[in-house]
Design a binder for this molecule. Structure first.
Ligand SMILES: Nc1nc2c(ncn2[C@@H]2O[C@H](COP(=O)(O)OP(=O)(O)OP(=O)(O)O)[C@@H](O)[C@H]2O)c(=O)[nH]1
Ligand SMILES: [Mg+2]
Length: 543
């Protein structure tokens, strides 16, 4: 079915009139609560209000009135509650709506829902029914509907901010603006094709269109180059804690999520499977994974655990590489080579090569790993103590970037050197700093909590950076669906330019039409029926 903004309303009314469909649902959460809100939408809403209130007249529109609510089959009073009447089109769905605010006990809610269900033309709403009606009735664009869905699902402050912005239309406005501008360009190109060559209009029309298309194309490109910040904020940043067995990975996970989510024991190889926990980390959503200690093993279960750990590390946005401080100081790594030492350590643990571009992954040193001595195989002499800069304060990635000191191969790694409580003051001075390691390093102790604040602050910075600022001047892409359509839109705009260069105006116009179609798929102005089910299925019933 093809829909346009102009035709939506007409389309919906004919659908609504034809089916006479009125839906109702409990819109507040399930379970016992102070007040429950039951919503009704559709042409029979007025009848539902009159019947349940036992009155022949409707209450004043949009004014709360206290009413006795009556079971129509027994005339028994079910409850006393607030009734709100919203005649369409000035309602959420654009059609006649009503709300019953009743006491939130299960029996009361069930009785009201049963009473509504017994009325002719009323049936239980499916998930997302109300939002779908709002969209079909031209009350909201698709991106706004998606923003509403995200707002309902938002678990952190940053997610809420991003969602409300999208629901308010910030993102939809950008796409509509591009759509309108491309539409004007298409009109110019069509004019060029339609008018006689003698008329002056065409040269200018083509020039104006081409300049504008170039501009829109650049804007789309810039919007796409967002490092998936908005999508990450919506879905959560994946952080994997990885490292050799017994270094304290599970201890760190438990500290960060403030509950004993993972088993901690002195036995190396305690964690076998990935232990994932979703946390609200300083206002940002983080999916934190504790993983099995990485080592060569013949144990079939542990082997699978190691495989899963490596897989999780590969997919993670950030890797917290944990190391045991007592092993690190035994390393004879020269001060200038700490970054190589860390990379070496990662390779020996078999950590996926996605970020290890500088490293030869073809020949991992398995002998080195099998020996169990891999932390001590750097045989170069110990650096002089005065060259060491153990850095308890974390150094942000930004600072490392600016100084050109960050190793690109370590750009999604935070090194956490744990068990610092087991070191003497002198031994602590031997630990590497962020500058030495060319990636952020935190020295901490999960036993004493020393260094944990600095680690938390550093992780928060990185997570924030990966998600971006939801209140930044220009809103970011939030959905994979949008990205896919925008990429295609951009391709068509680029194609337009090449068709113009080869003076094929007919194909140039077609490229613009296709670009428009892609934008329309995002905003819901063309051929959206196939994506509607996907979008609305994630809504809860009553929304
Ligand atoms: N002294 C000291 N011990 C620690 C510290 N952190 C963890 N431990 C201990 O080290 C042992 C291993 O801790 P875990 O958190 O289970 O280590 P892991 O890396 O998850 O181990 P695996 O699951 O086997 O890979 C436990 O006995 C912890 O109590 C620390 O900062 N200092
Ligand atoms: Mg563990």
């Amino acid at each position: 079915m093809r829909l346009t903004l102009r035709s939506k309303s007409t389309l919906f009314q004919s659908y609504s009139t034809k089916t006479g469909s009125t839906v109702f649902a409990l819109s507040s959460g399930h379970g016992r609560c102070g007040v429950a809100v039951i919503r009704v939408s559709g042409p029979s809403s007025s009848e539902a209000v009159k019947t349940l209130c036992g009155k022949t007249k409707l209450p004043h529109p949009r004014l709360a009135s206290l009413q006795r609510l009556i079971d129509p089959s027994t005339s028994e009073v079910i409850d006393r509650g607030i009734v709100l009447w919203f005649p369409g089109p000035a309602s959420f769905t654009g059609e006649d709506c009503a709300e019953f605010h009743v006491h939130g006990g299960t029996a009361v809610v069930t009785a009201i829902l049963d009473a509504l269900g017994s009325l002719p033309g009323l049936h239980h709403a499916a998930p997302g029914d109300f939002a779908r009606r709002a969209f079909l009735n031209g009350k909201m664009g698709l991106t706004e509907v998606e923003g509403l869905g995200d707002l309902i699902n938002a678990e952190t402050e940053a997610q809420r901010r991003q969602a409300i912005r999208q629901m308010e239309g910030d993102l939809g406005n950008i796409y509509s603006d591009w759509r309108n501008r491309i539409l004007k360009c298409l009109a110019n190109v069509e004019a060029f094709i339609d008018f006689d060559e003698e008329e002056n209009i065409e040269e200018d029309a083509m020039k104006i269109a081409t300049v504008e298309v170039e501009k829109v194309s650049k804007e789309v490109e810039h919007h796409l180059a967002d490092n998936r910040r908005g999508e990450r904020l919506r879905e959560g940043v994946h952080v994997a804690i990885i490292g050799a067995p017994n270094v304290g990975k599970s201890s760190l996970l438990n500290m960060l999520c403030r509950r004993p989510a993972a088993i901690v024991s002195p036995i190396a190889g305690t964690t076998r499977d990935v232990v994932e926990t979703a946390i609200n980390f300083t206002g940002y959503p983080v999916l934190l994974s504790d993983t099995a200690g990485l080592r060569e093993t013949t144990d079939i279960i542990e082997k699978e655990g190691v495989k899963r750990a490596l897989d999780r590390a590969q997919k993670a946005d950030l890797k917290v590489l944990m190391m045991d401080a007592t092993n690190v100081i035994n390393t004879k790594s020269p001060h200038s080579k700490w970054s190589e030492y860390i990379l070496d350590h990662m390779v020996c643990l078999g950590i996926p090569a996605t970020t290890l571009q500088n490293f030869d992954q073809s020949s991992p040193n398995t002998e080195y790993m099998n020996s169990g001595q891999f932390l001590e195989t750097k045989k170069s002499s110990s650096p002089p103590a005065q060259d060491m800069h153990p850095d308890q304060e974390s150094v942000s990635r930004e600072v490392l970037d600016q100084s050109g000191d960050e190793d690109p191969a370590l750009n999604s790694v935070i090194v956490a050197i744990n068990k610092s409580d087991l070191l003497s003051e002198k031994e602590r001075t031997l630990l590497p700093s962020s500058k030495d390691a060319k990636c952020p390093v935190c020295i901490l102790s999960c036993s004493t909590s020393e260094g944990l604040d600095a680690f938390t602050a550093l992780l928060a910075d990185q997570v924030k950076d990966l998600c971006g600022d939801p209140l930044a001047s220009s809103p970011t892409l939030t959905q994979v669906r949008h990205r896919a359509h925008l990429k295609l839109c951009h391709q068509h705009l680029v194609r337009y330019q090449s068709h113009v260069s080869s003076q094929n105006t007919v194909l140039a116009a077609e490229a613009l039409r296709r670009a428009l179609r892609e934008l329309g798929q995002i905003t819901g102005t063309v051929s959206v029926e196939d994506v509607l089910d996907v979008i609305f299925k994630d809504f809860c019933i009553g929304k």
